[in-house]
Design a protein around this ligand. Structure first.
Ligand SMILES: [Zn+2]
Length: 309
């Protein structure tokens, strides 16, 4: 396995990408207060606009259009957390809406987002559904569940196209998520470029911690120990609005695991900072066909068995 040295003599690197699904100030603020207290700086995604459709399952989530939530997000940014893009809103957006969302994001926060992660079934998702995969047999299996042209953010002929905007404004987009604490074991060339998916400058992978249960499982003391002893890299993909806070209190196990982690000799920085560091350290490291195939197989199997992101 690849050996990486980290700044300030740190033994491993750790970050979190928080998907904004269902998030409100009430259901995520206590988590951020804890992360700040523990000096863990991470990345939180946002939606810019609310849903038009009241039937949208994410309708209760807050967005930058909500003054209370906007103030909370600005404060997080001021305190060193990274703010990322999770599409214009919780429902599909055509090109003009995505363009307007980028401008509004900058107007409200002072910068364009550097990271994007596709949201669930949004039609403007880039290289999503079948287009996540190269391997023909896996594509055939997936085709049984998905229509080929379901997602079109990368298709210049579609009203949902915004690939050029992504290429010009965004640096990193997430694809595969694994049930593994050390990403160097599965994706040593991260962040990688992919000539077949040119509207994304760099891709990264994540570790599965989508809900409070899988998050706590991923960050078990045994896994933390292995991450540190292997000198690994962990970017947890989670939804802090999914059961981490109940009646204003953080899940006790999560709190203990994070406290334990913070006591280790780790480099705790937002996702972009971590990926920038890896990118500079390994310029020109291209994703090989065999690394890609291994990732696709591992991810597909995990999706089949556990329904990971
Ligand atoms: Zn989402």
């Amino acid at each position: 396995m690849k050996n990486i040295t980290f700044p300030e003599g740190k033994r491993f690197a750790f970050s979190i990408f928080d998907d904004t699904d269902y998030a409100t100030v009430d259901n995520v603020k206590p988590v951020y207060a804890l992360l700040e207290e523990l000096r863990l700086r991470t990345t939180k995604s946002v939606w810019v606009f609310p849903a038009q459709d009241r039937e949208c399952p994410y309708y209760q989530s807050q967005t930058l259009s909500d003054p209370e939530y906007l103030a909370f997000i600005r404060e997080l940014g001021d305190r060193g957390f990274e703010i990322a893009f999770h599409s214009a809103s919780m429902e599909s957006s055509e090109r003009e809406v995505t363009c307007a969302a980028f401008e509004r994001f900058r107007e409200l926060l002072g910068f364009y987002p550097n990271i994007h992660v596709n949201h669930a079934g949004n039609k403007e998702n880039l290289y999503w559904g079948l287009d996540r995969l190269d391997c023909s047999p896996l594509r055939s299996l997936m085709r049984m569940k998905r229509k080929p042209s379901e997602f079109a953010g990368h298709d210049p002929g579609s009203p949902f196209f915004w690939g050029d905007l992504c290429r010009d404004r965004i640096t990193y987009v997430r694809n595969f998520v694994f049930r593994e604490i050390n990403l160097l074991r599965v994706n040593p060339t991260m962040p990688y470029t992919d000539p077949r998916r040119p509207y994304v400058p760099y891709w990264f992978s994540s570790c599965e911690g989508g809900s409070v249960g899988s998050f706590n499982e991923l960050l078990s003391l045994k896994n933390q120990k292995r991450l540190e002893s292997e000198g690994g890299v962990c970017i947890v993909y989670t939804h802090f609005a999914k059961g981490f806070v109940e009646n204003g209190r953080i899940n006790r196990t999560t709190q203990e695991l994070l406290e334990h982690l913070a006591g280790r000799n780790g480099w705790f920085v937002p996702v972009s900072q971590l990926l920038d560091y890896l990118r500079v350290r390994q310029p020109g490291d291209a994703l090989t066909a065999s690394e890609r195939l291994r990732m696709e197989l591992k991810w597909f199997w995990s999706k089949l068995m556990h329904g990971t992101s």
